[in-house]
Design a protein around this ligand. Structure first.
Ligand code: 13P
Ligand code: SF4
Length: 384
């Protein structure tokens, strides 16, 4: 590893130099900076990234695959993460000594992850543990802060992603009677229901309540097998059952394929449900002429329509907006990051504190050891 590049932004080029550059120049210079860095930097890209960013990714994936990739990038000095903050944090927890994870724009957060603040979770846990004692395993979706992952790791809990939620829940229920699942109520409910847990064995924890012990009364019942934090994804909750009814009425042969962050009634009436990687696999494996209405972030749907022109691919919702935070990673920020790196300046390093790292690593490694199990989750969630 080079001794020249230290995490030091003194002398770094300011982002302002890049904001007004023309798209062609940005593209050309990004290829050049990437070439100059060679194997010292690896670029990871989530499937929701726009075309003009993902074309530079050395590896693409869903959040499970990207966590695996980050844990196995021995050679690279820098992991440039084109995704959102919680993904870059997880990469920093899993990276090797001497590596640095960089997020081209630190404002690329996630509104769902922001819904589960560590203090609110600790407070809820205290209330629940008082009644349920040692019968609860905390399970956090990948879309959460490193502090929340550490909270789970320290209490015998684990992380899951949309591609392995069923196998993680199976693991958790084999150990203790109950699961406290955060932040995405929809992924928790959809997965648990597909695994045979009835809705009346699920309770929701309203984290905004001023009197949580009273408002969240159902969470204290002995029958509660899964307690769902009331978080949601602002992109996926825009999909509705009505949209499905409409696309089916207009095109009876259409296949509806959605992400499990969608609401319960959407998932129940879709033909197939799974992570972004699963969605891609379904389209890749389909016959030419297949019609799809896809309920997930629109950049991915758009890419699929370009990659598989022999199929008929549309978003389930017309005029859907992209995920605003994923889209903060734009070509100008990527170029700014790479040129600074190649000139010896590490801008936007993501560093999880040592106090948090250990517990978060336990929870993430526990998840990685359970595997992706996309097939199990998908089979459990598929309607047909
Ligand atoms: P995947 O795990 O399916 O990639 O979805 C993650 C996600 O919602 C990113 O926002
Ligand atoms: Fe967060 Fe939803 Fe955007 Fe994913 S799509 S980063 S869950 S807001």
């Amino acid at each position: 590893m080079s001794a020249i590049l230290m995490p030091d932004t003194r002398g770094a080029r300011p982002f302002g130099e890049y904001a007004a550059l023309a798209a062609d120049e940005i593209r050309e210079r990004t290829f050049a900076a990437k070439r100059a860095l060679g194997t010292r930097a690896v670029i990871l890209g989530h499937h929701y990234q726009r075309e003009s960013v993902i074309e530079f990714a050395d590896f693409r994936g869903d959040s499970f695959k990207l966590a695996q990739l980050a844990a196995n990038r021995e050679g690279a000095e820098f992991i440039v993460f084109c995704g959102v903050h919680f993904m870059a944090e997880s990469a920093d927890v899993l990276r090797r000594d001497g590596q640095t994870v960089i997020l081209p724009d630190v404002k690329a957060g996630c509104s769902m992850a922001d819904m589960a603040g560590i203090e609110d979770v600790e407070d809820a846990w205290e209330h629940l543990a008082r009644i349920h004692g040692d019968t609860i395993t905390p399970v956090t979706y990948m879309n959460s802060t490193a502090a929340l992952k550490a909270f789970c790791g320290e209490r015998g809990g684990v992380v899951c992603t949309s591609s392995n939620a069923a196998s993680v829940l199976e693991w958790a229920w084999a150990r203790r009677r109950r699961v406290f699942f955060f932040p995405d109520q929809h992924l928790g409910r959809n997965t648990a229901f597909a695994m045979g847990v009835p809705l009346d064995a699920m309770a929701e924890w309203d984290w905004r309540a001023t009197d949580p012990a009273r408002v969240n009364e159902r969470c204290f019942a002995d029958e509660a097998r899964i307690i769902l934090w009331r978080g949601f994804c602002s992109v996926h909750t825009k999909f509705t059952k009505r949209q499905i009814d409409e696309v089916r009425a207009a095109d009876p042969g259409v296949r509806v394929l959605v992400h499990p962050e969608c609401p319960f009634d959407v998932v129940r009436s879709a033909d197939r449900v799974g992570s972004t990687e699963f969605i891609i696999d379904q389209v890749r494996g389909a016959a030419p002429g297949t019609h799809w209405a896809i309920g997930t972030e629109v950049n991915l749907v758009h890419r699929l329509s370009l990659d598989y022109p022999e199929q008929n691919i549309h978003s389930l919702q017309k005029n859907v907006c992209p995920c605003a935070t994923m889209n903060r990673i734009d070509p100008a920020h990527l170029l700014w990051t790479l040129e600074n790196l190649s000139e010896g300046h590490v801008v936007n390093p993501i560093r999880v504190s040592e106090a948090v790292r250990q517990g978060a690593r336990v929870a993430l490694e526990r998840m990685l050891s359970l595997g992706g199990s996309g097939a199990l989750a998908s089979a459990a969630l598929a309607r047909d």
